[in-house]
Design a binder for this molecule. Structure first.
Ligand code: FAD
Ligand code: SF4
Length: 488
């Protein structure tokens, strides 16, 4: 149903200020795991939607790796046609409740939004979240029509955003899809990495349930490379999509790193998020450090340090070897961390974890850094300052300096080409060196973002569909390079 109203003039739209996202107060949220951002009300969403200029050449679409038709869903929203806006969004984006919460919009669609040339860009992510949440609360009539069965089957390895997106696209085209997932729960980093206070797990589960209702089969506790091998999947299925992510932690390689009280961010967050260790009655324990140091400056580091605060750390400190301007984490996460009382030690790098006689952590020895010329990443290279060492007293250290590929699957897949860093090599449509085997997401790009992984899943699904039908692989836009979006 649409609402009759007098459209605003462009001048009136330009005069509207960007609507602020309501959020839990910092003092309150720093001690609970409930979501920080509370979401726009319908009234606020309508108001924000009025700010969109409906540009004839909408750069925002080009800024989105899955090319969501942003002006269209915003127009439908402000016309009061919420079912239409939801249907449009779901058609373009398999996981809008997720991307509306965790996408780095400020460096993608909102960066190029024309409205941002004068004033602030349209809050595209906040509007996406509003429409997606509405769709999750009003599922009737939004399920896509059941397609005719193609008689072809696809195995997907890994249930992160790349695997889930590919599954959704392939099942829409009538293929039989089975996802093999190493963990007991589906969602990849969305469930084991990103904490509840940024992305509630029931929201991810609802997205997974939607796929299962559409016909996707999920086999949990199935590790490809151990439970089954890739060649076995190739025998049983007509095509395979490998989307195993890059979840193997990188360590600092400094003395004392194996002391009690040192975690990789991956282990720490998995214990808390996936295994429920925030609850004292959970089977999986986790240390509740009082003075916690997290090493790193990406989203993973921010998630770990904010988790430590919520688990009772009186002092929670980020140690980062470059300066504030170089922090790779999303600006919103840094801002929220600061509001919650997290401290930042910039231009500081760890050189040793210090322990007591019982091998428990008591400090992190660090050295100060100065910033030299830009390196290959374009960021200024940190150089240690001689004689500047000092110790930060702490009882827990979390290492969040990046992840790399896990060789479990690739080591048991003869003929699968990987590069020198262990990532799977594909062409720009996602095809690997093995016939009928495609790959995408972090296992191809290295640690990147949810939306880039989803873009890969979508692109690979089109290519797999063409492959299964014996057609020419489709022309697709070139993949967006990962480096720009790296999160660690
Ligand atoms: P993953 O999400 O890693 O999923 C891979 C899945 O494959 C996992 O479920 C894994 O268990 C499974 N698997 C692995 N090996 C096997 C095997 N051999 N057999 C079967 N299954 C296997 N990006 C953003 O855009 N915004 C953010 O705010 C953000 N925050 C982040 C916070 C954290 C803590 C982390 C770790 C990452 C964050 N990222 C963020 C990055 C983003 O989550 C990843 O880029 C994205 O999840 C990659 O998706 P993927 O599908 O390739 O892999
Ligand atoms: Fe609206 Fe910004 Fe997209 Fe223009 S670029 S259509 S103002 S969201």
């Amino acid at each position: 149903m649409t609402t009759e109203r007098v459209p605003l003039t462009a001048k009136e739209r330009m005069a509207l200020d960007r609507v602020a996202m309501p959020e839990q107060k910092a003092a309150l949220r720093a001690v609970n795991f409930r979501e920080v951002n509370l979401g726009l009300t319908e009234q606020l969403a309508m108001l924000e939607a009025e700010r969109c200029l409906q540009c004839p050449k909408p750069y925002c679409i080009d800024g989105c790796p899955v090319r969501v038709n942003i002006p269209r869903f915003i127009k439908l929203l402000r016309d009061g046609d919420l079912p239409g806006a939801a249907a449009q969004l779901l058609d373009d984006n398999a996981l809008p409740c997720v991307t509306g919460r965790v996408c780095p919009q400020e460096s993608q669609c909102e960066l190029v939004c024309l409205r941002g040339k004068k004033g602030r860009s349209v809050a595209i992510g906040h509007l996406e979240r509003f429409v997606a949440d509405w769709a999750q609360d009003h599922p009737d009539g939004l399920a896509p029509a059941k397609p005719a069965a193609s008689g072809r089957s696809v195995a997907i390895v890994g249930s992160g955003p790349a695997g889930l997106t590919a599954a959704g696209e392939l099942v829409k085209r009538g293929h039989q899809v089975t996802i093999f997932e190493a963990f007991h729960a589906a969602g990849g980093v969305l469930v084991y990495g990103i904490p509840e206070f940024r992305l509630p797990k029931d929201i991810v589960q609802a997205e997974v349930d939607r796929l299962v209702a559409a016909g996707v089969r999920i086999e949990p506790n199935a590790i490809i490379g151990k439970t089954y091998t890739l060649p076995e999947l190739q025998e049983q299925f007509d095509a395979v999509f490998v989307a195993v992510g890059a979840g193997l932690p990188v360590f600092m390689d400094v003395p004392g790193e194996n002391l009690k009280g040192v975690y990789s961010a991956n282990e720490y967050l998995t214990r808390v998020n996936l295994m429920g260790a925030w609850d004292p009655d959970a089977d999986t324990p986790v240390l509740h450090g009082q003075r916690v140091v997290v090493v790193g400056g990406g989203n993973v580091a921010m998630d770990a340090v904010r988790t430590a605060r919520r688990l009772g750390a009186a002092q929670a400190t980020i140690v980062y070897r470059r300066g504030r301007e170089e922090l790779p984490a999303r600006a919103e996460e840094v801002h929220h961390a600061e509001q919650e009382g997290v401290r930042f030690a910039f231009q500081v790098a760890p050189v040793e974890v210090v322990g007591d006689e019982d091998r428990w952590v008591v400090g992190l020895r660090c050295v100060r850094m100065e910033l030299g010329e830009p390196d290959d990443s374009g960021r200024r290279r940190p150089i240690p300052v001689a004689g500047s060492e000092f110790v930060i007293d702490c009882d827990m250290v979390v290492v969040a300096i990046g992840t790399r590929s896990n060789p479990l699957l690739t080591a048991t897949a003869p003929g699968l080409e990987i590069n020198q860093r262990g990532y799977i090599v594909t062409d720009d449509r996602g095809m690997t060196s093995l016939d009928g085997v495609f790959a995408g997401g972090d296992i191809v790009r290295g640690a990147a973002t949810v939306i880039l992984a989803m873009g890969d899943g979508k692109r690979a699904a089109s290519a797999i569909d063409a492959y299964l039908r014996g057609e020419q692989l489709p022309e697709t836009p070139a993949a967006v390079p990962a480096e720009v979006h790296a999160t660690a």
